[in-house]
Design a protein around this ligand. Structure first.
Ligand SMILES: Cc1cc2nc3c(=O)[nH]c(=O)nc-3n(C[C@H](O)[C@H](O)[C@H](O)COP(=O)(O)OP(=O)(O)OC[C@H]3O[C@@H](n4cnc5c(N)ncnc54)[C@H](O)[C@@H]3O)c2cc1C
Length: 397
């Protein structure tokens, strides 16, 4: 690049949030939208849970980024290294600079291995695994499906994990596999939850606890893994009763996540936002910089981060960018989010709730918060098609 390039709306990150927003803005008539995204492959991440459960492959969830990019949107294959909101400019890893009228910041979050010492080494050495990184999702199924006796531990953090309840999918898919192959009785299943619920909707929480009980899963809430000793296959835990230890044969982790560091060094975070983008959780406008907007996993919106949440966040940001310019009333995001959780290899429930944990079902009949066969078919096979054909094309309202 020879000099600064200006765009009416510049989007950082071409993941679920960035592409959906760019497409929605174009549909709404914005003529100059650009996306900065370094990767040349786009992933439909919800299928990673099925890869970890032996029901999908990485090929099922990957497409060239160029195909995901909405028509008419300028793509910079580059990474942002800093934002200067005072100059309405972003710096790129390649050394260039772009300027904007409005900026949408959606670079997602990253696994924070430092938060659980030893976990990354255990994952690399193969005694532990995670579905939260594509390179480890297939190995998760290898690890779980090859277990025929011993202790399987599933540890789910509540520190900014994208759509944390889906961390339960590998557990239930594996438990059903162990039951079908006749080894369930020889396996002790431990579920360690940092939070106090399996999912933030009481009706679905009850369903999931009942399903866990059927498989003989021991559920421990408010319990965090503090250290993983991979070679010895031992965990050090923090529990409400004090420190504890637990031996394992196979370990699955939904690890803590953190926001990209350059958000903080660009002055876009606040002490309350824990390193994440400091936006108004309702309007999704940055608290200090009115031309900056945040959505998706990188923004602190006081709600469970999820792809489902973006169905509601994207139209709010698209509308509010225009509203800021015209003085129209801004729309509000109510904290809607979703947790689709399998209870077996043939059933799934869809917990949908708002910021207060109140039910917010997309349809009232049938009751989606209880496990159904049709919902698993929808989540595994239909939803990916809706993602590629509708959500990434800005069909959200
Ligand atoms: C294993 C797993 C299972 C999930 N299952 C579900 C589910 O079943 N249902 C559901 O609703 N949600 C689910 N989610 C959550 C959902 O995938 C995320 O909430 C969603 O992808 C968030 O979108 P995003 O655009 O904020 O972040 P991402 O999708 O992570 O996209 C961020 C993009 O920003 C890019 N980027 C990063 N840094 C920079 C930079 N410096 N400059 C430019 N670009 C950058 C990245 O390359 C990436 O493409 C799951 C997530 C995971 C990991």
């Amino acid at each position: 690049m020879t000099g600064p390039h200006h765009h009416d709306v510049l989007v950082i990150g071409g993941g679920n949030a960035g592409i959906s927003l760019a497409a929605k803005l174009r549909r709404d008539g914005c003529r100059d939208v650009a996306v900065v995204e370094p990767k040349d492959v786009h992933e439909y991440r919800p299928l990673l849970s099925y890869v970890a459960g032996g029901m999908a492959t990485l090929d099922d969830l990957r497409r060239p980024q160029a195909e995901a990019m909405p028509p008419g949107v300028r793509w910079y294959q580059d990474a942002v290294t800093a934002v200067d909101p005072a100059r309405s400019a972003v710096r790129l890893a390649s050394g260039g600079e772009l300027t904007y009228t409005d900026l949408a910041v959606c670079p997602g979050s990253q696994v924070d291995w430092d938060a659980v010492p030893g976990a990354q080494d255990a994952v690399r050495a193969g005694s532990a695994s995670t579905s939260y990184l594509p390179e480890h999702a297939p190995a998760t199924w290898d690890l779980l499906s090859s277990l025929t006796s011993g202790t399987a531990v599933f540890a789910i953090s509540d520190r900014h994990v994208p759509c944390a309840p889906v961390g339960l999918k590998p557990l239930f898919l594996a438990a059903d596999h162990w039951r079908r192959t006749g080894v369930l009785d020889a396996i002790t299943i431990e579920l360690l939850l940092e939070g106090d619920r399996l999912v933030d909707l009481p009706e679905s929480d009850r369903e999931l606890r009942a399903a866990a009980e059927e498989y003989g899963v021991r559920v421990r809430t408010s319990t965090a893994v503090e250290h993983v000793d991979g070679p010895a296959r031992r965990l050090r835990l923090r529990t409400p009763q004090g420190p504890d230890e637990l031996a394992y044969d196979a370990l699955y982790v939904a690890p803590p996540h953190r926001a990209p560091q350059w958000l903080a060094s660009s002055g876009l975070t606040s002490p309350a936002s824990d390193g994440f983008l400091a936006v108004d959780p309702q309007t999704l406008q940055h608290r200090d910089h009115p031309h900056v907007w945040g959505l998706g996993d990188a923004a602190e919106v006081d709600a469970l981060p999820s792809g489902g949440a973006l169905r509601k966040q994207v139209p709010v940001v698209a509308h509010n960018i225009a509203a800021r310019r015209t003085g129209a009333t801004m729309r509000h995001y109510d904290g809607y989010s979703v947790g689709p959780v399998t209870t077996s290899r043939s059933r799934l429930l869809l917990a949908e709730f708002d910021r207060g944990g109140r039910p917010e079902p997309t349809v009232r009949v049938p009751d989606l918060a209880r496990p159904r066969r049709s919902l698993l078919v929808f989540d595994r096979y239909l939803e990916p098609q809706i993602y590629w054909r509708r959500l990434l094309r800005g069909h959200v309202s």
